[in-house]
Design a protein around this ligand. Structure first.
Ligand code: XUL
Length: 452
């Protein structure tokens, strides 16, 4: 719902008492020749590509913690951004101001979804009950904002990593009482997700791992994590949550080793503990880099198992070994990602959530818009390029031709399970030496470049 200059009732609910971005109007598509930094060059929500609108393909989401809470502080210096919604005052009033700013921002940007951690929305209380009460208050406020703006909740999650009690883990903590506090938090966050019609619920295991193997019983910790997830799943289903539970792989940071290391590790874990029916994966580009994988590798492994639930869009820095959470801007990388999405029928129930922050020295309020516009444009452009590659080039055929020997004869019998190991030996013994067949890697790379 675009915000209007003459305030309608809906505009008033979205904006609250203050307008936080008065210099920014509704962001529109102006095309690739536009010089306006506050306009889309490629993202045109209603443009139809491969049978669906861009809005339906991309399902963009704003990450509350990165956009509204991340003020530029790092371990060498305090915050650099003076957000007008984070001045000192009554904590609930401050949370409401932040939510006013969030819905104004998201409405002007034109994104259909948002995501939060429990304590991004509401201040953490001094007890479990006080935290629950604060969250419930903010959920009621969010309900009105969602209804007035049409913006929906893509996923909720609980921050079970910032509070000092979680320094040795949450569900994997060796102290049972800490595990019970994590459960209380996840229960309240699930209640809030259901109350706000959330499509998914995310588990990112920030401190579910270890700092030193010497003091860690990995077997017990992994079994505790699995039991915790099964109980959370059962509770979620009992209160009517019908969406997917998502695990977000990440190999390290803040822990030295995190159990949800990468897609393949998480899939093995879900299979071992019988969670595959309810859980999918939330793949983040920067986490893939930290695992020494590409973004597209992580997406492909998840898609191969029909577990590609959602995406955290961002990028890391190839020289730094930590999470820089920059906005995506690498057209080659994002095109490869979109190829995987298009070939696998899209994201299953999730969306593209900008888990990315404007950097420490980007201190203008409108930098938040510029960063998101860039992220949305790069995905929109990559969608167009990837669709052209699939519809117009030899890319798909070249790849399937490499496997043609499995489409007929003994290769097809092998795939159907009709040969035994001795049969394979006899086939080899009666065949000439296989010809060397080029993998054509550079040609594949050239095709991507040609269509960009
Ligand atoms: C941390 C991270 C989190 C999760 C949600 O690296 O990506 O923001 O997305 O807890």
């Amino acid at each position: 719902m675009p915000l209007t200059k003459t305030k309608t009732r809906s505009s008033r609910v979205i904006l609250g008492d203050n307008e936080y971005f008065p210099g920014v109007n509704q962001i529109h598509y102006e095309g690739k020749d536009s010089r306006n930094p506050l306009a889309f060059k490629y993202y045109y929500a209603n443009r139809v590509v491969a049978g669906k609108t861009m809005r339906e393909h991309l399902r963009f989401s704003v990450a509350y913690w990165q956009t509204l809470c991340e003020a530029g502080g790092d371990s060498f210096g305090c915050a650099t951004k003076q957000f007008p919604w984070t001045q000192k005052g009554n904590p609930i009033q401050m949370a409401k101001n932040k939510m006013d700013a969030a819905f104004e921002f998201m409405t002007k940007l034109g994104v259909p979804y948002y995501c939060w951690h429990d304590f991004d929305l509401a201040p953490e209380g001094k007890s479990v009950s006080e935290s629950e009460k604060n969250l419930a208050t903010m959920v009621e406020y969010a309900k009105q904002k969602q209804a007035a703006s049409g913006i929906k909740l893509l996923w909720g999650t609980a921050n079970c990593f910032s509070n000092p009690r979680y320094m040795n883990g949450a569900s994997t903590n060796p102290d049972f009482s800490v595990l019970s506090f994590a459960a209380a938090q996840v229960k309240a966050a699930l209640d809030a997700t259901v109350a706000l019609g959330g499509k998914n619920y995310v588990f990112w295991g920030g401190r579910e791992g270890y700092m030193s193997l010497l003091n860690t019983n990995t077997k017990r910790e992994l079994e505790h994590m699995a039991r915790f997830l099964q109980m959370a799943r059962d509770y979620g289903r009992s209160i009517g949550f019908e969406g997917s539970f998502l695990i977000e792989p990440k190999p390290m940071a803040p822990s030295k080793h995190q159990y949800d290391f990468d897609s393949a590790t998480v899939i093995g874990f879900l299979r071992e503990f019988n969670l595959l029916n309810d859980f999918k994966l939330n793949i983040e580009a920067n986490h893939a880099t930290l695992a020494s994988h590409t973004f597209s590798h992580e997406l492909q492994i998840a898609a191969d198992h029909c577990l590609l639930g959602s995406i955290n869009a961002n990028r890391g820095d190839y020289q730094n070994g930590w999470d820089t959470n920059q906005f995506p801007n690498n057209i080659g990388e994002v095109t490869e990602a979109m190829l995987i999405l298009l070939e696998n029928g899209g994201i299953q129930g999730g969306g593209i959530n900008f888990n990315a922050k404007t950097q420490r020295n980007s201190t203008d309020l409108n930098d938040l818009f510029i960063a998101h516009i860039g992220g949305m444009d790069i995905f929109a452009r990559a969608l167009l390029v990837a669709n052209n590659i699939l519809e117009d080039s030899d890319y798909k055929k070249m790849r399937s031709d490499r496997y043609a020997s499995f489409d007929r004869g003994d290769g097809a019998r092998f795939e159907k399970g009709e040969l035994n190991f001795e049969d394979l030996r006899n086939i080899a013994a009666n065949s000439p030496e296989p010809l060397l067949k080029s993998g054509k890697q550079e040609l594949f790379e050239n095709i991507i470049n040609q269509y960009i």
